[in-house]
Design a binder for this molecule. Structure first.
Ligand code: KIV
Ligand code: ZN
Length: 518
């Protein structure tokens, strides 16, 4: 068994996770970290889905060097042409076309016959082939597709020029042994498949995504599609870090299979994705959860101190864990901050690094300890900063009155399109009052649909991290966040950012979700 390619779909399937939408700057930061991780392929998005997706794929194709840059498309001319336009600037590019092949999808969703599906798949692959030799094809819902029909589709796809065939367990229905048998059968029934890459793409609805992907490797799959932290539609996709570390730690079990992943970048990638998407990693998540390498039981601690291997099958440092200690203090300079930011996958201009450094120093003056998590929070805040031009609404002043037996009241002074406006409102709490006062001055149709507050580190002097979602009258959602030692200030700043995102937004031509599939 040889090298297993890692196809990362964090920016496409991962971004389809409810609540995980990323802006273009955030997508580029993640793509650069995926390149440092040395993934083989980055599936950067689904360009026909929206102008935003197209722009992000194009920017990644222009700026990210190393991995193949891939774009998803249905087997439709407009999708394929758009995918090509987006990936064209990349040095290595792939178009990934898909069409559903299970009876239920063909009958109820596509409403076309088996023969028509094959014809559309072949035409799609041939069209993509005119642009690039690297074409991947997925029979969507493959694990629920009649196996002989699946083999006929795959055989036709290979003849049409597909260089990678991806077998998706779209709804996370498969069981490991059964999924492996499907790959073995395919290998036997379609001998041409030995000349191309067989990929697998497993969803986690029954919690089997990683097990199914690994079982498929032992049956001959040579590419795994996965995401950082296992993000993805519904219960997610196979987690990259779990697949990669299984192949590393149990390489013998997988007949010597290996990946080219730079495992020392795993932890940084996990942190980056969780802080930019706002989706935290569960404490006991394998490889990257806070507890993954923590030994609580005395007997375990004793064993680990005597000989690490008694209870540890890999080292925390192998995957880039740095520990939770103090990393930067008030005497640290710009270079130290820049290094920590680089280690965590961020790239900022000198001016941005200076601004971040002074915020860190301010915090170090107030808090005794500045931890890595504080730095990440401040860096994320900086990635969301809007330029002067983008700020239609600027916060000039605010005052909040709250306490017991008083109605929380907020007064805000804003500059809206260059004009100063002052307004007050009451609410059930200070944030509610501020939100009402801002909306009333800017656009009463805006709604605050989610508000999350977390303390970055312990203590009453901790940085507060506020993440909000603002919705406009067309039900379009805009995510924004801010961090500050003052909870109310962080909340008001996040609200102002969210309102600016909503006002900056120009409605774009986009396709309906039901047209898109998984
Ligand atoms: O889950 C799925 O089937 C997909 C395909 C587009 C590969 O995401
Ligand atoms: Zn998927």
């Amino acid at each position: 068994m040889g090298r297993i390619k890692i196809f990362d779909t964090t920016l496409r399937d991962g971004e389809q996770s409810p609540g995980a939408s990323l802006n273009i700057r955030e997508k580029l930061i993640i793509a650069k970290q995926l390149a440092r991780l040395n993934v083989d392929v980055i599936e950067a998005g689904f360009p026909i889905a929206s102008q935003g997706d197209f722009d992000a794929v194009k920017l990644i194709a222009q700026k990210v060097k190393g991995p193949v840059i891939c774009a998803l498309a249905r087997c439709m001319p407009a999708d394929i042409d758009r995918a090509w336009e987006a990936i064209k600037p990349a040095k290595k590019r792939r178009i990934h076309v898909f069409i559903a092949t299970s009876q239920i999808h063909m009958e109820k969703k596509l409403r076309i016959s088996k023969e028509e599906v094959i014809k559309i798949a072949v035409e799609g692959i041939k069209r993509a082939k005119k642009y690039t030799r690297d074409v991947e094809f997925s029979p969507e819902d493959a694990s629920r597709t009649d196996i002989n029909y699946m083999c006929d589709v795959v055989s036709a796809a290979i003849k049409a020029g597909a260089t990678t065939i991806n077998i998706p367990d779209t709804v996370g229905y498969a069981e490991p042994e059964e999924f492996a048998q499907r790959i073995t059968y395919l290998r036997k029934k379609v001998p041409e498949s030995s000349k191309i890459t067989i990929s697998v793409h497993c969803h986690n609805d029954l919690g089997n995504a990683v097990a199914n992907s690994l079982a498929a490797v032992n049956a001959g799959a040579t590419q795994i599609e996965c995401t950082i932290n296992g993000l993805g539609e519904r219960a997610g996709n196979a987690s990259l870090e779990e697949c990669v570390m299984n192949l590393r730690v149990r390489s013998n079990y997988f007949n010597g299979a290996f990946t080219s992943i730079n495992i020392g970048e795993i932890f940084a990638a996990s942190k980056l994705v969780s802080s930019l998407t706002g989706i935290s990693v569960q404490r006991n998540k394998a490889i990257v959860g806070k507890n993954a390498f923590a030994h609580e039981a005395g007997i375990h601690q004793h064993g680990v101190i005597s000989a690490r291997e008694t209870y540890e099958i890999m080292r925390a440092s192998d995957v880039g864990w740095e520990g939770e200690g103090i990393v930067i203090g008030k005497h640290s300079g710009k270079h130290a901050v820049e290094n920590v930011l680089k280690e965590m996958g961020y790239e900022f201009s000198k001016v941005q690094v200076s601004a971040i450094t002074s915020r860190i120093k301010d915090l170090a003056d107030k808090q005794k300890e500045v931890e890595r998590a504080d730095i990440i929070a401040i860096a994320n805040d900086a990635t969301q900063a809007l330029s002067g031009q983008e700020q239609k609404v600027k916060l000039r002043e605010f005052a909040i009155m709250t306490g017991s037996n008083v109605t929380p009241t907020a007064t805000v002074k804003l500059e809206v399109d260059g004009k100063e406006k002052v307004g007050s409102a009451t609410g059930v709490g200070p944030v509610d009052a501020a939100s009402k006062a801002i909306k009333q001055l800017v656009d009463p149709s805006l709604k605050l649909t989610s508000y999350n507050l977390k303390a970055i580190t312990g203590g009453t002097d901790a940085l507060a991290d506020v993440a909000i979602t603002v919705e406009n009258k067309n039900c379009e959602k805009f995510k924004a966040g801010s961090v500050n030692e003052d909870i109310v200030k962080a909340s008001v700043e996040a609200l102002i950012k969210g309102v600016n995102y909503a006002l900056m937004h120009k409605p774009k031509k986009s396709i309906k979700p039901e047209d898109v599939g998984d």
